[in-house]
Design a protein around this ligand. Structure first.
Ligand code: 26Y
Length: 817
């Protein structure tokens, strides 16, 4: 079926079919005749696991017995997406699966569709973690992803009749889930609360309650590497199924309460992706998975040893902290080393700082986690003591490095105030070997602004690792047509494990015949997406229009409002006759975005987009030239369908706010052109694909800073550009709210008086570049030539390269021998 030579398959089609039959019989308890696609999905998944089992064992054995340091990627989120096809691809069984399933009378796509997507992440950070475990396994590096198996993932988004976001629980585990192997026998105990007492001159933590952390193991098969790493997601269970004493008094509900409370810990993924809410449960989650993971590592690497030599821990594993969420692991490892294994402070600190590294994913100061010391003291009293001691030692160390007392004060890990707070980013920086940002610009700003004092005194700690995405899921699986064309163009499929090989396509951009083939791929993908959107959402997309997508979390800094205002301006121009509808380039604008449930302006923006869609799509004056669609519940699956079908991608955040972006990389790799600001990884994408193949607009970081400093007055821009005025007036006058002028009043007021992310200041530049974009699009050969050059020059943005950078710069380890 596919022309790609996948990795050598460990199984024949006949064996695969036999395996499915056997699983159906003994696992599902149905005959092939009785089986539904969902049954065949479960059975097929178990067959894949079966064939991966030996490689999984061997990877673990080689890891424990060998000398190669492993990687422990600690992350509160792993947005892994559907597993079956990805595992089939990486293990080399795609064709065997297709043929086996067909031989049993089923349609492979229907079977694959029966999988429910695990949505265990909010957005970029969670998806990045998933790409990274894929690359670690593909490079043959021994690794664990450690996180939480949330019972409810990110909410399922719906829109009500007014176009407002409605959040529904995402109970993804409602049906049998064949990928996660629940391993009760490797459970860990995690404790909370209580007090610290001194016994024989030693501190002893007497916790008040404990939960059982049960590991759920997901295999992470590497692409063509023969290695299978582990994603170990912890699930919280109660130790006391029933409190019998209470139960005897027949207070049934009280008796089950402890169970409910314990299990609450892994119940739900917090849907915030920016401002840390000071939620006790979130801290419980963070400690829960990190404490379980640290114990697990000691179990795995020092099996059966009651008195292990933990000074060797930094040679066994390096922990990467995915943002501040797992940073409580630093005091936890200190506690384990000192209290449980009797190491002195200095030795424990040496081990700890050698073991941890920290990746920062933000520049928004409000997104850096800060915990009230009181709360930590209540939940983790011993940890608070240790954090205070770390702070004391750290301040001492600083005195030896600088005489600047104010600087030392600013660098406190625990603030000096009536209700002290613990700054987790500072704790991570002090308690680890390396700190990295996720794109060049971001890492620079981290050093110059966010963690400036730290980079002054510890310049060697700071480095950059630009993000990357896995080409297996985001090119090969998402875009098989383009994959085949790339393989044809390069004469090999090796690019799937060495993405810089895409460079070999560059000369083909001069070959009109090849460019036409490339254009045909895009066209076919657009037709596929139109069919998908019809089936899934009831939308009627015209694949003969430009597909222009903006998919990402809904945030003011990402500036979906800039996109929608420009669109409204265009609509207003047509309505007022300033622009003849016949001259308008047909364009279909597609949004995908969830908002944090409590984020008022973001939710109002969603409502506005939906209502602009309703009005514009139904206005006969527009003659179908402009269409707006907002498929609800944007997730990995929708991304995999939409990205390959997109002509123009929007990366229009305010300069200096988007740490990196990873969607931008996926789009460039799938041959979309980008309209974007000089922000995050856009900068590097533009450098690589060439300025002439990227639509740049808007203020730079320096210009943004200067404008803030000078005093920003958005109303000036409203008065200055009639297009902007017309657009905002149209929102204000009720055009998109059935005449009700109140509906969007808070949004309009924010634009005109605050506009913190300077949407209005960048509006004119954004509208002006549309002319350039449209002129190019009217020349399909030139457009596609540039799109092809984007593909050819984006190989750098593979997560394999990113992981190799982590290996070289931070982890200092590599593949298993
Ligand atoms: C603490 C809690 C509220 C929280 C939860 C999730 C805070 C942040 C997040 C998620 C952040 C996130 O997804 N950041 C994104 O990380 C990507 C991967 O590095 C970047 O590409 C992207 O620019 C950044 O916004």
């Amino acid at each position: 079926m596919t022309e790609i030579t996948a990795p050598k398959s460990p199984v024949t089609t006949a064996e695969f079919a036999d395996g499915i039959r056997e699983q159906l019989k003994y696992g599902q308890g149905v005959t092939p005749e009785q089986a539904t696609p969902a049954d065949v999905y479960v059975a097929s998944s178990l067959v894949v696991r079966h064939y991966l089992q030996d490689a999984w064992f061997k990877t673990q054995q080689d890891m424990v017995n060998g000398k190669t340091k492993a990687v422990g990627y600690l992350s509160a989120e792993f947005l892994i997406g559907k597993q079956l096809r990805n595992a089939l691809l990486n293990a080399g069984m795609l064709d065997q699966f297709d043929e086996a399933v067909e031989s049993l009378g089923f349609d492979p796509q229907t079977v694959v569709d029966a999988e429910y997507e695990p949505a265990l992440g909010n957005g970029g950070l969670g998806r990045l973690a998933a790409c990274y475990v894929d690359s670690l396994a593909s490079l043959g590096v021994p690794a664990f992803g450690y996180g939480i198996q949330y019972r409810y993932g990110i909410f399922r988004q719906e829109f009500d009749s007014e176009g407002r976001q409605v959040e529904k629980p995402e109970y993804w585990l409602a049906n049998e889930e064949p990928w996660g192997h629940v391993d009760y026998n490797r459970s860990q105990k995690v404790s909370f609360g209580g007090t610290v007492v001194e016994e024989n001159g030693r501190k002893v933590w007497k916790p008040a309650w404990s939960v059982r952390a049960v590991p759920v193991d997901y295999m992470v098969p590497g692409y063509a590497s023969g290695r299978v790493d582990t994603l170990r997601l912890w699930s919280a269970r109660s130790y006391d199924e029933f409190d019998l004493l209470t139960f005897n008094k027949s207070e049934y509900l009280d008796a089950v309460k402890p169970k409910v409370e314990a299990e609450n810990i892994s119940k739900i993924l917090y849907p915030e992706d920016s401002t840390p809410q000071g939620k006790r449960l979130r801290l419980e989650q963070q400690y829960f998975f990190v404490a379980a993971s640290i114990q697990d590592v000691i179990r795995v690497f020092y099996p059966g040893q009651s008195n292990p030599d933990l000074t060797t821990l930094p040679d066994k594993i390096t922990f990467q902290l995915n943002d501040t969420h797992p940073v409580i692991g630093i005091p936890e490892l200190m506690r384990v080393l000192i209290d449980e294994y009797g190491y002195d402070w200095a030795t424990a600190w040496d081990i700890t700082t050698k073991t941890f590294n920290y990746t920062c994913h933000t520049l928004l100061p409000e997104a850096l986690e800060v915990w009230p010391a009181d709360l930590i003291g209540e939940l983790l009293p011993r940890h608070l003591e240790i954090i205070n001691e770390i702070n004391d030692h750290f301040l001492e160390e600083l005195k030896g490095k600088t005489r600047d007392k104010e600087k030392i004060e600013r660098m406190r890990i625990v603030t000096n105030e009536e209700n002290p707070k613990v700054r987790m980013a500072y704790l991570a920086t002090a308690g680890g070997s390396h700190v990295n940002g996720v794109a060049e610009l971001h890492s620079q700003l981290l050093k110059d602004v966010t963690l400036r004092d730290f980079s002054d005194l510890y310049p060697d700690k700071f480095t950059n690792v630009t993000n990357g995405v896995t080409p297996r899921r985001f090119i090969r699986l998402a875009n098989p047509r383009l994959s085949n064309l790339i393989t044809e163009g390069l004469g090999t499929d090796k690019w799937l494990s060495d993405l810089e090989m895409l460079k070999g396509l560059e000369p083909l951009a001069k070959d009109d015949e090849f460019v036409k083939k490339f254009a045909a791929v895009k066209q076919a993908n657009k037709e596929d997406f139109a069919a998908y959107a019809k089936r899934e959402y009831g939308f009627e997309l015209d694949p003969n229009t430009m597909f222009n997508s903006m998919i990402k979390r809904l945030h003011e800094y990402k500036r979906q409002s800039l996109k929608i205002l420009a669109l409204i301006a265009k609509y207003a121009d047509i309505k007022s006759g300033k622009v003849s509808v016949d001259d308008v380039l047909p364009r279909t604008v597609i949004f995908g975005a969830k908002s944090a449930p409590g984020y008022y302006l973001a939710k109002m923006t969603i409502q506005l987009i939906n209502n602009v869609a309703r009005v514009v799509n139904n206005d006969p004056d527009i003659k179908g030239k402009l269409h707006v669609y907002y498929p609800w519940n944007y997730n990995v699956r929708l991304a995999q369908h939409l990205i390959p079908a997109t002509d123009l991608d929007e990366q229009i955040s305010q300069a200096g706010k988007e740490a990196s972006g990873t969607g931008n990389m996926k789009f460039a790799l799938n041959g979309a052109l980008t309209v974007g600001t000089l922000d995050g990884a856009n900068v590097e994408i533009r450098e690589r694909v060439g300025a002439e193949n990227f639509f740049l607009f808007g203020m730079t970081v320096d210009e943004v800073d200067a404008l803030y400093a000078q005093g920003y007055h958005p109303a000036v821009y409203y008065e200055r550009d009639p297009r902007l005025k017309a657009a905002i007036d149209m929102v204000a006058d009720g055009t998109f709210s059935n005449g009700d002028r109140n509906t969007y009043a808070p949004l309009v007021a924010d634009w005109l008086t605050k506009d913190w992310f300077m949407t209005l200041a960048d509006f004119t530049a954004y509208c002006d570049i549309q002319g350039e974009i449209e002129a190019l699009y009217r020349d399909p050969l030139e457009w596609n030539r540039k799109a092809l050059l984007n593909v050819a020059n984006s190989g750098y943005f593979s997560s394999d390269r990113a992981i190799q950078d982590y290996l070289d710069k931070i982890w200092h380890t590599g593949p298993l021998a």
